[in-house]
Design a protein around this ligand. Sequence first.
Ligand code: GAR
Length: 206
Amino acid sequence: MAAGPFVIAVLVSGNGSNFQAIVDALEAGRITNASIACLISNKADAYALERAKKHAIPAIVLDHKLFPDRRAYDTALVELLRQHGVQLVVLAGFMRLLSPVMIEAFPNAIMNIHPALLPSFPGVDAQKQAFDYGVRYTGCTVHFVDQGTDTGPIILQAVVPVLQDDTLESLTQRIHGEEHRTYVEAVRLFCEGRVLVDGRKVSICD
Ligand code: GAR
């Protein structure tokens, strides 16, 4: 039986279309057994903050520039998340690496979405890396966050073919569409208690 309801925080740095997809899925009842306690952005001008306000979700700016280093920022982040009783942290375009302070506070409870099929093309500009490389297929990956950059246990992936007449923009747009679907699915499965982690291996149970 699933535990819950799960208290989720979404962390962003910008647009927040993945955040929006998760909010829409919750409101439509496609994700049950969960609620979003807050949206946290490290940037004051992130459009995602407006999206949160429209849905009456507390929108918090935690500006990394106000902290001396990554550990200090993450210590404040952990405190904020604890205050909100957060159990699942969803990174949705949060363009900061997390320190061990965060990883150890939420073991296998921080998810990230990456716009490529990991372990290929980690890091920044993943869509461009794949496009420039000339792969025929790319996609997106939802994974748990560990100490490395985009190295944690893989939960779900979706494949996006690179079409003959694709530009970087058209490819990026199709990957984005798949991201929305895949992230919602991963959050749904997690909140139903169906995502089991054993070392690097994730299994999805019925
Ligand atoms: C998404 O494409 C996500 O995969 C990427 O940022 C974008 C955020 O879009 N994340 C990374 O590249 C993390 N390494 P959104 O703000 O519209 O959800």
